[in-house]
Unconditional design. Structure first.
Length: 139
């Protein structure tokens, strides 16, 4: 005996629902892959090479952008002040490894300025995103 019209309708409805769920999953997967790879969740600081910067100014700016410090390798003269500005939506810090200096939490567009009087090499990172690392050399 052939299937009834209502049984065929239910079968087609089930196929249509499955197709919609599959399509939505594919669309969501593509959207999340772009979101996660584009700097939001799995973006790693130090993603690409940068040219080291030697600054002779007494006020030097470091941008925090795309989960990275720009510049990542900075040399300044003793007595200069470094100002970090966060351009990311996520909070960041500039925190010296060990028990050194710390910018504190910087939300989007917030800044922190710290003077550096003593010569030395300082490695720093973001406490929220430890893969973000940079080096400041004071001469």
């Amino acid at each position: 005996m052939p299937p009834s019209a209502s049984a065929l309708s239910i079968a087609w409805l089930a196929v249509a629902v499955a197709a919609v769920i599959l399509a939505a999953g594919i669309i969501m997967g593509v959207a999340m892959a772009g979101h996660m790879g584009g700097g939001m969740m799995h973006r790693r600081g130090n993603a690409g090479p940068q040219t080291p910067v030697i600054a002779s100014d007494t006020d030097v700016n470091v941008e925090i952008r795309d989960y990275d410090y720009l510049p990542r390798d900075l040399t300044i003269d003793a007595g200069a002040t470094v100002t970090w500005t966060n351009y990311d939506d996520a909070p960041h810090t500039a925190t010296e490894r060990g028990d050194g200096w710390d910018s504190g939490r910087l939300d989007k567009t917030e800044i922190a300025a710290l003077p550096f009087l003593a010569a030395g090499q300082y490695e720093y990172f973001c406490v929220y995103h430890p893969y973000m690392r940079a080096t400041l050399t004071v001469r």
